[in-house]
Design a protein. Structure first.
Length: 358
């Protein structure tokens, strides 16, 4: 098993800490801890180690599944890792839709053979027939991110239905990372893949939509055989979810209508700021759901890496498109505090104007 370096995370590790303005983050500004009861009592393992049964039942019901078809994890990242380990081996093949968050193709590629299916810019459209063409007799898993990171694209119900049907026809699983789904509006929202039938696996967590990344609390929902296998692997990773994360996570889930409405309004307001910036500087993007947009690089810069490094000099961090295999773009996160987004866009505008000046 050989895993490639995580280009985005390495870039952020190098530049994020000292940045005056961080627009490289893909989540919503974190909520303050004092909005919750933060005393979980004794800090032992969560027992049973797949998570509290009543809370699992509550979350599983969102997917029309039972408690034994849901596993709590330390964030969505662990959920994706466990889903890959539960479904793939060295004799397997996976189909991964890209661009996407790197772990959604690098983790399968560390275990199995992978074929990528590319989204088509500028609308980042997914052709289900391209997925069908990539399927082989040994295909065990198809991987999708909906809404997509970095582009913010929401794949339609018709598209996801078609991909699910191709997975089911191949007796493969469809894994959908749906961590940004809570930020979508009702008219944008697509049925969770885990609710679509026995071949669907959904992963999610509280980091993005709820604005609670520090909890490291997520989950995997799907067929009982996949969830059971994932739990078996979890015995070798984090054993149980965080007791603190589960304690606060329970409260966040109980208050999800309030918290998600607040965060959706916050993100949409900031998205309007970025949309105005895109228009002002003659850039292009697909109007995103979620909290990230994939902007074209200004003409005065030869690559996204060059543009991102110029921004670092102005104290701003965004994510270079090279980290997603698209050097003509940068990923901008707009879930931060409104003042931070305004400051970051002002600084970015100065960098563009200085490069344009004769």
């Amino acid at each position: 098993m050989d895993i490639e370096p995580f280009a985005l995370e390495r870039w952020l590790a190098e530049h994020e800490h000292d940045a005056a303005v961080n627009l490289g983050d893909s989540g919503v500004r974190p909520l303050e801890a004092d909005r919750f009861d933060t005393d979980p009592g004794r800090l032992g393992y969560v027992i049973p180690t797949n998570g509290d049964p009543d809370l699992r039942e509550t979350v599983a019901d969102r997917y029309d599944r039972g408690a034994d078809e849901l596993l709590f994890t330390c964030g969505t990242q662990e959920a994706n890792l466990l889903a890959v380990l539960a479904t793939l081996d060295r004799d397997s093949h996976a189909v991964c839709v890209t661009p996407t968050y790197q772990s959604l193709h690098s983790l399968p590629a560390a275990v199995a053979d992978v074929t990528r299916v590319e989204l088509a810019p500028p609308e980042w459209t997914l052709d289900p027939d391209a997925v069908a063409d990539a399927i082989r007799p040994d295909t065990e898993l198809i991987v999708l991110n909906n809404p997509n990171n970095p582009t913010g694209k929401v794949h339609s119900q018709e598209t996801v239905d078609a991909v699910y049907d191709f997975a089911a026809g191949a007796d493969a699983y469809l894994l959908s990372d749906e961590v940004y789904r809570p930020l979508t509006s009702v008219d944008e929202r697509v049925t969770p893949v885990a609710s679509m039938g026995p071949h669907g696996i959904s992963t999610c967590g509280l980091s993005k939509g709820w604005g609670l990344p520090g909890l490291r609390f997520g989950w995997l929902a799907g067929p009982e055989e996949v969830v059971s296998a994932a739990w078996g692997w979890k015995d070798y990773t984090t054993i149980s979810p965080s007791a603190f994360g589960q304690h606060v996570g329970r409260q966040a889930i109980e208050r999800e209508d309030e918290l998600l409405a607040e965060n959706r309004a916050h993100v949409r307001g900031n998205r309007d700021l970025v949309a105005d910036f895109v228009d002002e500087y003659g850039l292009d993007w697909h109007l995103p759901a979620g909290a990230t947009g994939f902007l074209t690089v200004p003409d005065a810069f030869e690559s996204s890496d060059a543009f991102c490094r110029a921004l670092v000099g102005e104290g701003v961090v965004v994510a270079p498109g090279e980290a997603f295999g698209h050097p003509g773009y940068v990923r901008v996160g707009f879930g931060a505090d409104r003042e931070t987004v305004i400051d970051g866009l002002d600084r970015t505008g100065r960098v563009i104007e200085e490069r344009r000046s004769p």
